[in-house]
Design a protein around this ligand. Sequence first.
Ligand SMILES: [Zn+2]
Length: 294
Amino acid sequence: MTAPKPSWARKCGEQKARELGYDSFPIDPFEIARGEGIELSPKKPDQIGVSGGIVFFGDDVGIFYSTDIKSLGFQRFTVAHELGHYFLKGHPEAILKIGAAHVSRAGFTEGGQAIEIEADHFASGLLLPTTLVRRHLADEPIGLEGIEALADVSHCSLTASAIRTAECSPYPVAIVVSRGDEVRYAFMSDGFKQLGALTYLRKGDALPDTLTRRFNASATNVASGMRACEETNLNCWFNGDRRIALDEQVVGLGSYGFTLTVLSSDNLPDDPDEVEDEEAQLIESYTPKFARGR
Ligand SMILES: [Zn+2]
């Protein structure tokens, strides 16, 4: 199997949004599909875990998306993912090789097929292009409020918006998604990585003794979307060599049992203007399933 090319796929998504004239949020994957003459059908899937799929039949193309999860952000991300299979070079051929239809499973990409990983990155580039994300974040408060405003304006999930914020934010920020006392995945912006010699958090790492860990000890906090904020420091989270004060903002993501933590500060300098999203690091434990949910 060929290795996935996530940054290539994300760039293709961004380029497609630009090409179609989207210069502001929200970017509508349903409209893009209709513009391509693709038939869209909402569908209750026969199998559990199926988020959507694409069917190539001669010149006709159809996309279906699961309505099991009511969230509009989830459905939009699913349609954008299927558009990735339609637009990305080599994807239709790869799908036709194994049959005319392809079914996508939310969360299936964890250590999964290259085309699934690429389609997810195409979707995040299409719906949340770097230029628009940076422009939006520059006008919003630093941290969770700005990410929530981005999710609102882009009609994307809070986690998808948080991941893209960490990938291309104009200010230093890290985001951590956790469950119980474990890290699920974490991203740092380029500016954040430059704050010191940091230890990267990986899937399965124990959460440090922080507000997030205490917050997660109560299932109700997480399930009912409670929020909390406290001052923390870089050293405590990432073993940095400097004690830089950070705001730790925490919000419960609901019934899946996940928590989003945003680490940032009003007192840190902005990143240089240069966008170096090429270097944005894809943490191996990235689980798009949760990016699609809330
Ligand atoms: Zn797929």
